[in-house]
Structures are given as C-alpha cells and as structure tokens.
Design a protein around this ligand. Sequence first.
Ligand SMILES: [Zn+2]
Length: 132
Amino acid sequence: IRNNARSRVEYPPQPEVEFGFPQTCYCGAKPVLATSNRYGLDPGRRYYTCANVGDGECHVWKWWDNAVMEEMRARDQHVLQLAEKVDNLTLLSDYETEQKVLRLEKIVSDLVWLSCKMIVEQELGNDQLIDN
Ligand SMILES: [Zn+2]
C-alpha cells in the first residue's frame, strides 16, 4: 500500500467540481450521491463522492445540501435581475408594457419552478447507494 503513494497521479482541479452540483470528478468519473452513515459524521446527510474513491487518488467530496445552496444562490441572482427588469418596466405603464411585465413574471415563476424540479431530478438521477 505504501508504494502507491510514489506513483500517485495529480489530477488538475476542475472548476465545475468546485461550484454547485459536481458534474465530473477529478478522475473523470461521474460523481455519485451517498448517505453519511459512519464516523458519527452527520448521519443521514447526503454527499457527493466518487465510485473510485478507494484507489487513494483525489476524488470529489461535497455535501449535497451545500451544492444545492450554491445552485440556488446562482439562480437567485438570475431571478433578482429579472425582477429588477420587471420593476423598471412597471414604471412605464401602457398596455404593451403590461403585457411584457406579465410575460417576465411568468418567466420568473417558471425559473423558480425549474430550479426546484432540477434539484429533485438531480437527486433522483444520482441516487446510487454506496456503502461507505
Ligand atoms: Zn473520482
């Protein structure tokens, strides 16, 4: 086991692993969701890990709820920008502008709905249990 440290490969950090839902592990594999159940470490809390985690290399490890918060924050920014546009449009009021405002409000609510749907699908899609 000691010999493995000598032949250790350094994988370059991948920015997409650092923010939001990890898409690719440092080793190139698709991250999987696991549930914390050992070491007294927040039992039941879900986290991203990698199927190759046993090989001693560097692999993704991230709490799932932290990833959700990052994704939500990014979407909040987008929704805020849209909401500002809606406010600006509301200042001018004619029939055409009101229609634009209605469309923008629909886009905003669709966005919120989509982010919830995406998070649920992300969780279900990645739900492979790993005995860790
Ligand atoms: Zn990996």
